[in-house]
Write a protein that binds this ligand. Structure first.
Ligand code: HAM
Length: 420
């Protein structure tokens, strides 16, 4: 038997209606913040991620689904959305649009070859936003407020917002030098990846899944001690806005994020449910990326954004025992008796549906009792039974399944009845 690939899942109809509920709600929230949807390809040129996300990140080194297409081009299934959105901003010359910042959101599958775990998939669905074209602490605060608004609007309460600043390029240059100095004497005890990243990208050592618990990582120099005055001032302003907005956060000077493009504000939203027993608690992550556009040969614009996966949002909802108010209402089930009624019901159904009535019938020649059971299973609000007599009299009883009451209606006016 051929099975589903490891780390992927089928979203079956019942779950699918929850997904749709979540996606509709996210769409709605985006209109409040004036973000517009963008759809970029599921695959991109490998260079985009190698350059944008960073050659020495785990995502690029270990997790990408990369292949050669028939034209011998190196193609990668997108592992994240930011690089692609920035590529599109540049390629479509969005900087020429006077409406800066350009506020965009996206929602779609991403692919990372990671170890499967509760909350971690190889194909997962990211919803993300990117605000490109403004460097202003108020938009950083807006993005953070939006993150909280999203999760709270689903009724989630056990949340912890963790923030940090990883400063501008100058601050990071000094910081990287301090990291190299700190790790050099002990680097032999670290994994091969860390060893090779010591000089090329020492910040990645702080983010290493293998060496995370080493003493030298725990007492490594902190970026916050290396922020220059501009970076410090920017960070302070972001925090002031958060305080004014009444948004709770904790600061973690070790939060560096796993992708290379971040500058200044970096953040993650964590599940903070004391009873949760899974290893993965990060629901959402993001930050500011001031150098990314230029790195991808674009204009000197800056951006900020975040992404969350719907899988982990669902996990958090499950953990907090929150049921979504998913509508699965169904209007009418037609029970038929006899061949003529069956024939009539095909046309009737066709007509009803064209008038916006959600309706169905039996297709398995079930007995009346079986058909009624089917109506129950579908949670139909109404049922009608059509037989020879109903056809002859042009009259039908419409039964309200919730109250058990019936109303007699002319058969050829059934569509009108439901339209009303
Ligand atoms: P990221 O932290 O790599 O950031 O991923 C963001 C979110 O995607 C995570 O917090 C998590 O909810 C979800 N996620 C990541 N990997 C998996 C997985 N294997 N299975 C399930 N969910 C996963 C980014 O991707 C950045 N592009 C975010 C961003 C946007 N930064 C600025 N703008």
């Amino acid at each position: 038997m051929i099975r589903i690939p490891r780390g992927t899942q089928d979203i079956l109809p019942e779950a699918s209606s929850q997904w749709r509920y979540i996606e509709n709600k996210l769409d709605e929230l985006m209109t409040l913040y004036n973000y517009k949807e963008i759809r970029t390809p599921i695959f991109e040129s490998t260079d985009l991620f190698a350059r944008g996300v960073g050659d020495s990140t785990d995502v690029v080194q270990k997790e990408m689904y990369t292949f050669k297409d028939k034209g011998d081009r190196s193609i990668t299934l997108r592992p994240e959305g930011t690089a692609a959105v920035v590529r599109s901003y540049i390629e479509n010359k969005m900087q020429g649009n006077p409406n800066q910042p350009i506020k965009l959101y996206y929602n779609g599958p991403m692919f990372r070859y990671e170890r499967k775990q509760k909350g971690r998939y190889r194909q997962f669905n990211q919803f993300g936003v990117e605000a490109i074209g403004a460097e202003n602490p108020s938009i950083d605060a807006e993005v953070l407020a939006m993150v909280m608004h999203i999760y709270e609007s689903f009724g989630l309460k056990h949340l912890k917002l963790v923030i940090n600043s990883i400063g501008d390029a100058d601050s990071r240059k000094e910081y990287n030098e301090a990291l190299v100095k700190h790790f050099e004497p002990v680097i032999d005890t670290f994994c091969e990846d860390c060893q090779s990243r010591l000089h090329s990208n020492p910040m990645r050592i702080l983010d290493c899944k293998v060496d995370r618990d080493k003493e030298a990582v725990k007492n490594a120099p902190r970026i916050t001690d290396y922020l220059n005055s501009e970076s410090k001032a920017y960070y302070e302003e972001v925090k002031d806005y958060l305080d004014e907005l009444g948004i709770n956060y904790v600061e973690d000077p070790n939060l560096v994020r796993g992708l290379d493009y971040y500058t200044h504000t970096a953040f993650e939203l964590m599940m903070d449910n004391p009873n949760y027993d899974g290893a993965i608690t990060t629901l959402c992550g993001g930050g500011r990326y001031n150098g990314l556009l230029e790195l991808l040969d674009g204009p000197s614009q800056t951006g900020i954004g975040f992404a969350l996966s719907i899988e982990r949002l669902l996990l958090a909802l499950e953990e907090e025992g929150i049921e979504l108010d998913v509508e699965d209402d169904f209007d009418l089930f037609i029970v038929t008796m006899g061949e003529e009624a069956e024939r009539y019901s095909v046309k009737l159904l066709n007509n009803l549906r064209k008038h916006g009535v959600k309706a169905d019938k039996d297709y398995l020649n079930r007995k009346i009792k079986g058909q009624m059971k089917q109506a129950d299973r579908l949670n139909a609000k109404y049922t009608v039974v059509i037989g020879d007599q109903e056809l002859e009299n042009n009259q039908i009883d419409v039964k309200n399944m919730a109250t058990g009451e019936s109303e007699t209606v002319k058969l050829d006016e059934l569509v009108n009845f439901f339209e009303k």
